[in-house]
Design a protein around this ligand. Structure first.
Ligand code: SF4
Length: 258
């Protein structure tokens, strides 16, 4: 995505929308990522988040952004099981060391499996161990899920955590790797019209009733089943969410350390 296009499309997005540097690829593999992030902040977007392995990010990049009051700054660390392909070299370790000692707001760390041995001295007591998910069925080597009945997305922003693609298309969700659900394009459409678009309306119907069409959410761990919605199912879904995001083990270890 070019910086010029990014500026043009961002202008269409209301300033109270959360801008998250994440998505389907590593954000800092775009050489203008730091510039884009600072631009959003200076334009008045105050809810800015980051999900990154730090690949492509330099120390200089980090120093430029560390004062931003991020809603979340989530670092995906190298693991010892080869699940994440990260080169654990001096440069990487130096950057992680700087992130760790910084006062950057709302920073968190996760790993897919056992932490890489070289990272243990820095992170073993604070890393969240996260379970790999199917990404709505895209990772077909994992056990698949299928949800029946009326469902909804259990992410806090529901159907409004969308992805801006390099051509201006807006996808429903960051796990929509096949680009099945395109809500519109910011070159042609307004932000508000994305949520009145034909595709958006079709998705809402398909969430209510599986016979009204296919939607990737039926294969997603983060969809909750709404029928017979009562305290028991709410409890089960909340536990499921905490487990899948690695937060359950964190809560347990905090309670054990009391
Ligand atoms: S239920 Fe899953 S696939 Fe659907 S919008 Fe939420 S996170 Fe994305």
């Amino acid at each position: 995505m070019t910086f010029e296009n990014y500026k043009k499309w961002l202008k269409k997005v209301p300033v109270d929308v959360k801008i998250v540097f994440s998505g389907m690829v590593e954000p800092w593999l775009n050489k203008d990522c730091t510039k884009m992030l600072l631009y959003a902040y200076n334009q008045g977007y105050k809810k800015i988040g980051v999900f990154t392995t730090t690949m492509g990010m330099s120390l200089e990049d980090f120093r430029k952004i560390k004062k931003i009051p991020f809603t979340v700054f989530y670092v995906h660390l190298a693991d010892a099981e080869g699940n994440t392909k990260i080169k654990v070299d001096e440069k990487y370790l130096k950057l992680l060391g700087e992130i760790k000692k910084s006062n950057i707001k709302n920073k968190k760390y996760m790993a897919m499996g056992k932490l890489h041995p070289k990272l243990k001295p820095l992170f073993s007591d604070i890393v969240e161990k996260v379970t790999m998910q199917t990404r709505a069925g895209n990772l077909d080597f994992l056990p698949q899920v299928h949800k029946n009945g009326p469902i909804q997305c259990c992410w806090p922003d529901g159907l409004k955590h969308n992805v801006l693609m390099p051509n201006g298309d807006i996808l429903l969700c960051c796990v929509d790797y096949h680009m099945k659900h395109v809500l519109g394009n910011l070159s042609r459409n307004s932000y508000a019209s994305l949520f009145t678009s034909r595709e958006f309306k079709r998705i809402v119907k398909a969430l209510e009733n599986k016979n009204r069409g296919d939607v990737i959410c039926r294969r997603c761990e983060f969809a909750t089943v709404n029928n017979n919605y009562n305290q028991k199912s709410l409890y089960r879904e909340t536990l499921n969410y905490l487990h899948l995001t690695g937060k359950l083990s964190r809560i347990k270890s905090l309670l054990n350390n009391k």
